[in-house]
Design a protein around this ligand. Structure first.
Ligand SMILES: [Zn+2]
Length: 317
C-alpha cells in the first residue's frame, strides 16, 4: 500500500497549504485537520499550528499520521470568508468532477481553484490510509458563545466525539448542502465540523487546540501521559461546556436569500435559550420571529454567509 509521505504529498502541490505532516507508527489512524475553508476563521489555523508544534518530534512518536491543511489561502490572506463563492458549499460530486476536469488557468472562481489544489492532497491521504480517515473541519463563528461540533448521529461519530466534551449538533450536516464534511462522510470518512468559538475571541484558539488534542487521544494517536497539558485541556472543555446539552438536533434553519437585508437583533449568543414567538431578526419583509422554542445557534453577525441562524433542541433519542 502506498503511504504518502510529506515529500510526496508536497510534490503534488506548488503552494504551502500543507501546514504540517507528522508520521509516526504506521499502524495507527490517519487524522486530517482542515482549517481555513473560510478565510476569516484563522483561529483554527493557529490552533492547528499549536498542535503541530506540540507533537512534531515527540517521543514516543504518535501512532499513525496527522496531516494539517489550510484550505483557502487567498481568503485567509485577506481575512474574508471567501473571495468569489463559499468554499464550504461546493462539495458536490458534479462540481468536484468539473473542477478536476478543468485546467486551473480556465477556472474563474478563486474557491474552485483552491479546491483544484486541495483535492489531490486529500486524494493521496485517502489512498494511503488503511483505516477510515478521521477528518476534523475546523471553523469559528460570528456570534459569541460556546463551541460545538456538527456531526451525523452515526454511532461511530457519536462515540468518538463524546470524548471531546464538545456539544454535538445533529442534522445540520444534512441541511447545509455542499459541505466538505458531508462529502467526506459520504466517502466513508469519520468527518465532522468543529466550531471553536467566536472568530476573534481569545478563548477560541484555546478551545480548538484543546479539542483537537482530545480527539487525537480519543482515536489513539497519542497517550495522555505524553502530552503535558492534556489534563488541563480536558478540564477546560468540561468546564466550558458543562451547562450545555450533550446532544442536540436541528429544528429550524433561517436561510438568507441575496438582497434580503437580513439583520440579526443584537445580543444573541450560541446556545442562548429562545421562546416561540420571540423577535430574533429583521429583513426587508419585516420582523423574523422564532418558529419554536429551543436554543439559538450561529446567529449571523457578519456580512458574508447564507444562514441567518439555526434553532436546535435537546436530542431526546
Ligand atoms: Zn466556517
Amino acid at each position: 500500500m502506498r503511504n504518502p509521505t510529506k515529500s510526496n504529498i508536497e510534490a503534488k502541490t506548488q503552494d504551502d497549504r500543507i501546514l504540517g505532516v507528522i508520521e509516526g507508527n504506521p499502524s495507527g489512524p490517519t487524522v486530517v485537520v482542515v482549517t481555513g475553508l473560510h478565510g476569516n476563521e484563522s483561529a483554527g489555523v493557529d490552533a492547528a499550528q499549536n498542535i503541530f508544534n506540540m507533537l512534531d518530534g515527540i517521543q514516543p512518536q504518535i501512532d499513525g499520521r496527522l496531516i494539517i491543511l489550510r484550505a483557502n489561502l487567498p481568503a485567509l490572506e485577506h481575512n474574508v470568508r471567501y473571495l468569489d463563492e463559499d468554499m464550504n458549499r461546493l462539495w458536490f460530486p458534479s462540481i468536484i468532477e468539473k473542477i478536476r476536469d478543468t485546467p486551473e488557468a480556465r477556472i474563474k472562481s478563486n474557491e474552485r481553484r483552491q479546491m483544484k489544489r486541495l483535492l489531490p492532497i486529500l486524494d493521496s491521504i485517502e489512498e494511503g490510509s488503511h483505516t477510515p480517515v478521521v477528518l476534523a473541519d475546523v471553523h469559528t463563528f460570528s456570534a459569541e458563545g460556546s463551541m460545538f461540533s456538527i456531526t451525523s448521529s452515526d454511532p461511530r461519530q457519536r462515540e468518538l466525539l463524546s470524548n471531546l466534551y464538545v456539544p454535538m449538533v445533529f442534522e445540520i450536516e444534512k441541511s447545509l448542502r455542499g459541505t466538505a464534511l458531508g462529502y467526506y462522510q459520504e466517502k466513508g470518512f469519520i468527518s465532522f465540523g468543529l466550531e471553536g468559538g467566536q472568530h476573534e475571541n481569545e478563548l477560541t484558539e484555546y478551545n480548538i487546540t484543546a479539542s483537537l488534542l482530545l480527539l487525537l487521544h480519543a482515536v489513539g494517536s497519542i497517550k495522555k501521559q505524553y502530552v503535558e497539558k492534556i489534563k488541563e485541556y480536558e478540564r477546560h472543555l468540561k468546564e466550558h461546556t458543562k451547562h450545555l446539552p450533550v446532544e442536540t438536533e436541528l429544528v429550524y434553519q433561517h436561510i438568507i436569500e441575496p438582497g434580503d437585508g437580513f439583520a440579526m437583533r443584537p445580543g444573541y449568543s450560541n446556545f442562548q435559550r429562545i421562546k416561540k414567538g420571540e423577535w430574533l431578526a429583521n429583513d426587508n419583509k419585516g420582523k423574523i420571529i422564532a418558529q419554536t422554542d429551543g436554543y439559538i445557534l450561529m446567529p449571523l453577525y457578519q456580512k458574508q454567509g447564507n444562514d441567518g441562524f439555526f434553532i436546535i433542541k435537546e436530542n431526546e433519542g
